[in-house]
Structure formats: C-alpha cells, structure tokens
Design a binder for this molecule. Sequence first.
Ligand SMILES: [Zn+2]
Ligand SMILES: [Zn+2]
Length: 98
Amino acid sequence: MPLNSKHFLSEINKSFVNSIRKNLNKYDTDPKQPQRLKLQKCKYCYYINIKISLQAFTSFTCKNCKEEFLHHNSNVNKYCMKCAEELNICCHCGAEMD
Ligand SMILES: [Zn+2]
Ligand SMILES: [Zn+2]
C-alpha cells in the first residue's frame, strides 16, 4: 500500500484517535497512580500531555526556589522535585496534584 494513499492516511488518523482514547481512559482510571505520584506529576501531564522529547540533558530553573537543575530530556519541568512535593503540585505544569 503506498504510504500516501488516502486509505493509509485514514488508518494513521484512526490509530492516533485510538491512542488519544486510550490515554483519556487512563486519565479517568489512573491505573499507574503509584508511579505517577512518585514522579510528582498530575494526571494530565502523566497521561495526556506526553510530548516527544529529545534525550538530552537540559537545564531548567525551578520557579519556586530559583535553583538550576538538570533534566534528563528536553521536556523540562517547571519545579524541582523537592518544591513540587512541598507545595503538593505537579512538577511539570505546577497544577494541584490529583
Ligand atoms: Zn525548587
Ligand atoms: Zn501537570
């Protein structure tokens, strides 16, 4: 099947929709809550807001303590783990923890 055929493209769209549906389902059921809490991430960042990131260390400044930290990929957090835990917020977006 040629890669640019309309059938192939509609299959890609469908599989994308399916993966969104799966993620929404996980968002509702929170099946990985222990792992998620360990990473101090809200349900939205853990299940929905999954960005493709480069595997490269990237520095970021925590919005609370203003210290600089290294993150293991380019999809950096807004807060360091310590502050996120203290404030009970998602380290990635700063929202209240679910
Ligand atoms: Zn901090
Ligand atoms: Zn978040």
